[in-house]
Design a protein around this ligand. Sequence first.
Ligand code: GUN
Length: 283
Amino acid sequence: MTATILDGNALAQKLRADFKTRAEALAAKGTRPGLAVILVGEDPASAVYVRNKVAACEKASFHSEKIVYPADVAQDVVLRKIAELNADAKIHGILVQLPLPKHFDSDLVLEAIAPEKDVDGFHAENVGALMQGQPRFIPCTPYGVTKFFEEAGVKLKGAEAVVIGRSNIVGKPMAMLLLQAGATVTICHSQTKDLAFHTKRADVLVAAVGRPKFVTADMVKPGAVVIDVGINRLPDGKLCGDVDFDGVKEVAGAITPVPGGVGPMTITMLLANTLEAAERSAK
Ligand code: GUN
């Protein structure tokens, strides 16, 4: 059996066509969605992510601002900038690219963003709202994954779902969304004993570990839906996911590729959250 390939570029394009219509309706009311992205330091992967986020805004005719600081900038400078953006009517979404340098208190910085502009959904108030099943903003990567489930008609009610990874950005919110959709959810992580025992039971398997080709065919239940959140660079410069795609696609029922799977959807959902924030502000 060969799995259905879940094409993130195609799904992203479909969703973005709808955003264009909504953005035009907003423009008619005099509002253009605006996103501010703050990058601190020179981490090359973060620089690429930020560049892609800003480019996606431009393509969607959103207003965007990219604010870049050197790695040794004082935390207060960034906090003052966030306060300024909180009060700026042109800006509906604020994103601080993570990770921040070690001298930063990341929680404090994320809490400084006005919750109604927190398009990443990382502010404690928004994390709490998601936990209570009343999300204001769903973090972009897990939000994008839910769109794959919708598009492919994956039945989550009663499904066994396994998430590998417990980060605040992906693993925890992903598990919460699966739980709210009616799945029985297991969260595995670096301390999990006998990982394959869990993954082999999964009807839906989400890998967010950050280790190249970590999930192999023998760990996957035949017919499972496998979502690969990882983006790893191999020594030859090529990108690969956390899932051994060539092996797993022979066992799984559906699988996302890397690149071209979850990646384009993450940026698409950032646009969705920014648009949503702008629509709320125009009401
Ligand atoms: N670093 C890795 N992923 C993300 C993300 O989704 N948002 C932010 N702000 N930083 C990240």
